[in-house]
Design a binder for this molecule. Structure first.
Ligand code: ATP
Ligand code: MG
Length: 250
């Protein structure tokens, strides 16, 4: 379980997170939505210790991330994988090597990435064939790069997977493919996921619970049904944006 309590963070004199409380229960998926610049990525980065909170705490299975020493932070990070907002593949490494980075360093030193059975299994789980493994990211389409990033996130069978806008920049048809893939990974691995998305349809498809962040706080939180029935005008505005706002963002 991941517990976030009273999380506050100011960056560049701007209060980005202003007292966020969240619980993410094992085996469930939590979707985080909210306007651009509202601190969704900053929140995810706190969970793996890439940011330190000004106030508050983040606990992963009872271990405080901000209070963790080097050894403890490595232990916490070994439980969590992260699909970054821009896929973040290494451009001079093949797809196979990028995927293998999701495995412990001692494993990577011993096993050649292209022949690694764990890499082959992960690439097939994201519905691609082994022919993509020797290719560089520049030789892959945006959708294929996302799949490689997801394969890297699942190859190590970490318990928690953080997806930061996994469908950014994809055509809607490809975004649906990635959403189905995330749901399939969740079913097959029983992982606990936190998914940041800008897309209401994806949120309702993927989330056991959905949280709407606004003004650095949790504005609303509930099951998809509870959010749909919310009488909060900010929630309704977010779920049913006016036509001219639909083209904003990804
Ligand atoms: N490393 C950083 N240093 C300083 N400010 C930062 C840093 N990272 C993010 N910020 C600021 O924190 C705020 C929240 O950024 P964040 O990236 O979390 O937004 P977001 O909700 O993920 O937006 P989007 O939906 O566009 O991805 C922004 O004002 C951003 O400029
Ligand atoms: Mg972001």
């Amino acid at each position: 379980m991941i517990e976030i309590r009273g999380l506050r963070k100011t960056l560049n004199e701007k209060r980005v997170l202003d007292g966020v409380d969240l619980d993410i229960h094992e085996g469930t998926s939590l979707v985080i939505m909210g306007p651009s610049g509202t601190g969704k990525s900053v929140l995810l980065k706190h969970i793996v210790g890439l940011f330190d909170p000004d106030e508050g705490d983040i606990c992963v299975e009872g271990m405080s991330v901000p209070k963790a020493n080097g050894k403890q932070i490595r232990e916490i990070r070994s439980k969590i994988s992260y699909v970054f907002q821009n896929s973040a593949l290494f451009d001079s490494m093949t797809a196979a090597q990028n995927i293998q980075l999701g495995l412990p360093a001692e494993h990577c030193r011993k096993v050649y990435a292209l022949d690694d059975p764990l890499v082959l299994e992960a690439v097939s789980m994201v519905n691609m064939g082994p022919e993509v493994l020797p290719l560089l990211p520049s030789e892959l389409s945006g959708g294929m790069q996302k799949r490689v990033a997801i394969a890297r996130a699942i190859v190590g069978r970490q318990k928690y997977i953080l997806f930061d806008v996994p469908t950014t920049g994809l055509a809607p048809v490809n975004a649906n493919v990635i959403n189905r893939l995330i749901a399939q990974v969740q079913r097959e691995t029983g992982s606990t996921s936190i998914i940041v998305t800008h897309d209401v349809g994806s949120a309702f498809f993927l989330g056991d619970r959905i949280v709407l962040l606004s003004g650095g706080k949790v504005r609303a939180s509930g099951t998809p049904g509870e959010l749909r029935n919310s009488e909060d005008p900010v929630v309704q505005e977010f779920l049913h944006p006016k036509l001219e706002e639909e083209t904003v963002g990804e």
